[in-house]
Design a protein around this ligand. Structure first.
Ligand code: FES
Ligand code: FES
Length: 140
């Protein structure tokens, strides 16, 4: 049973070989940056998305100062959201990540960090590009 092992192979792989570590130009209008912290442990995650003119996430980078599960969660998140629309990416739940990586309950907040980070990156992107947001149709 998965619960017999603290870390699943998949989390170990994302921990040992994190995907998409790095940074994008936070000043670019095409880039949204999310910077979030976990009050429970003080870990910090930065996640950045680059969005093309069709509203699709074309690039993702992250840097996580935190535990293995947080690093694995952010690595997995970057793979998941590439190619998604902002709307799709905004719906990803931490529980999906936790399940995919078989995180134990005590590590659930680590995947929450990844959910908070993508939401925060989307929010930042939308604040830079208000005409592309849901309010655009209202002519706001
Ligand atoms: Fe954050 Fe584990 S408590 S590194
Ligand atoms: Fe705090 Fe993982 S993010 S222990």
């Amino acid at each position: 049973r998965a619960t017999q092992r603290f870390y699943h192979d998949k989390v170990l792989d994302h921990y040992n070989n994190p995907r998409n570590v790095g940074k994008l130009d936070a000043k670019s209008q095409k880039v949204g940056t999310g910077l979030v912290g976990a009050p429970a442990c003080g870990d910090v995650m930065r996640l950045q998305i680059e969005v093309d003119d069709k509203g699709v996430i074309s690039d993702v980078k992250f840097k996580t100062f935190g535990c293995g599960s947080a690093i694995a969660s952010s690595s997995y998140m970057t793979e998941l959201v590439r190619g998604m629309s902002l709307e799709e990416a905004g719906k990803i739940k931490n529980t999906t990540i936790a399940k995919e990586l078989s995180l134990p309950p005590v590590k659930l907040h680590c995947s929450m960090l990844a959910e908070d980070a993508i939401k925060s990156a989307i929010k930042d992107y939308r604040s830079k590009n208000p005409t592309l947001g849901p309010d655009a149709a209202k002519g706001a």
